[in-house]
Design a binder for this molecule. Structure first.
Ligand SMILES: [Mg+2]
Length: 254
């Protein structure tokens, strides 16, 4: 196994934003013994970095080697000092996504008008900062319905609807955790079965069922657990960060 790709919320980090000490130690050990570690998160870069640093993981630790943030942007750790964005790739993809904001907003309007769905959505300032329309429904069931309704409209507009719990994001076709991870895997020149992927929510589903080694944690959505087991992966007995340690221990026989 050469690359360990980890979702952040509900996977590497616990609800209180902590990373279990054992998990941090295992990751340090694996990084020191030549494995690459990547975060794969929907969080913006600053938040992902902040969460690492609050858990004592500074760039000087030498990992994570890569950050996939906003389910889109890729950053590499340079000389144990700072992270460098992949340019012009990141900027080009951001611009392509930004250009589809009108289509994303039109879909949100149709959901409200034609299906009487109620939701909050991010305003134009946040849309322009992050590059996409994000809808948050009051319940998971409404989010499920929203996804069902929006999927086809999104595809026709060059977008795809990505669900995460009560949220639904309307993203550019080439954006998402799986496409970004594939770009990284290709860059590293490694085979899919040399990649261990962990995630706990619907936005992780695509990368957990794409032919990589998949694992998830006890707290994961039941649908996710079923998909991971079906893909030949494993489900930990413990939640989030402790569950990651458990999987690392099993996979790498630590
Ligand atoms: Mg998660």
């Amino acid at each position: 196994m050469k690359l360990i790709a980890l979702d952040l919320d509900g996977t590497l980090i616990n609800r209180d934003s902590s990373i279990s000490e054992r998990t941090r130690q295992y990751l340090q050990h694996l990084a020191d013994s030549g494995r690459w570690i990547s975060l794969v998160t929907g969080r913006p870069y600053e938040e992902a970095r902040g969460l690492m640093e609050r858990n004592g993981i500074l760039p000087s630790a030498g990992f994570p080697h890569y950050l996939i943030c906003e389910e889109r942007d890729i950053y590499s750790l340079i000389d144990k000092n700072h992270y460098k964005p992949w340019e012009p790739r990141n900027s080009e993809l951001f611009a392509a996504e930004l250009a589809l904001l009108p289509e994303g907003n039109a879909i949100a309007q149709r959901l409200a008008r034609e299906h009487r769905l109620r939701f909050f959505m991010n305003n134009l300032v946040f849309q322009e900062r992050r590059g996409f329309v994000e809808i948050v429904f009051p319940t998971r069931d409404e989010a499920r319905e929203g996804l069902m309704r929006a999927a086809e409209w999104a595809e026709a507009a060059g977008l795809k609807a990505i669900r995460n719990n009560r949220g639904l994001a309307l993203r550019h076709m080439q954006v998402g955790k799986l496409p970004a991870l594939r770009v990284l895997v290709e860059h590293l020149g490694i085979a899919p079965d040399e990649v261990l992927v962990m995630g706990d929510s619907h936005n992780d589903l695509a990368m957990l069922t794409a032919g990589f080694q998949a694992a998830t944690t006890a707290n994961a959505d039941p649908e996710l657990k079923a998909a991971v087991l079906e893909a030949g992966g494993c489900v930990s007995f413990q939640n989030a960060s402790d569950g990651v340690a458990e999987v690392l221990q099993r996979v790498f026989q630590l």
